[in-house]
Design a protein around this ligand. Sequence first.
Ligand SMILES: [Zn+2]
Length: 155
Amino acid sequence: MAQSKKRNPGIYVLIFHLSRDVPVAVGRLGELDFQTGWYGYVGSGKSGVKARVRRHLRSHNRPHWHLDYLLPLGQPTAAVIGYTDDSLECPLARRLEQRCQVIPRFGSSDCRCPGHLFHSSRQASLEDAAVQGMTALGCTPLPIPVDWNWDPTII
Ligand SMILES: [Zn+2]
């Protein structure tokens, strides 16, 4: 079907839970201590936002993004997706920064944001911040449950 072949670029916040405190070697950032709790990662997929989220949720041999080092130790639960042609990834990260604790330099190697990963003791805080941040940026938020090997063709 033609509809499913469209690129559908956009932004997303991928939300996952870490059930224990854990040190993780994150590429060139070195070893960071991650606290138990909820995390939200802000990213974008210029050639398809659902495809990018799915890429995170599949196992891979070689880490590419900072998130690839951390996510396998956690449990993904939800994603908030917003379709847009505009470059709203960094503006969205700045919105979350106002409400959640930023993990410095995580996911922001290619931009000037303090970081693109956020921590909270509550999942709802991250999801609300994602929904309200996208809405404020003129991008309709679509919250969806996800799990490992999530199949984006079902939404
Ligand atoms: Zn940024």
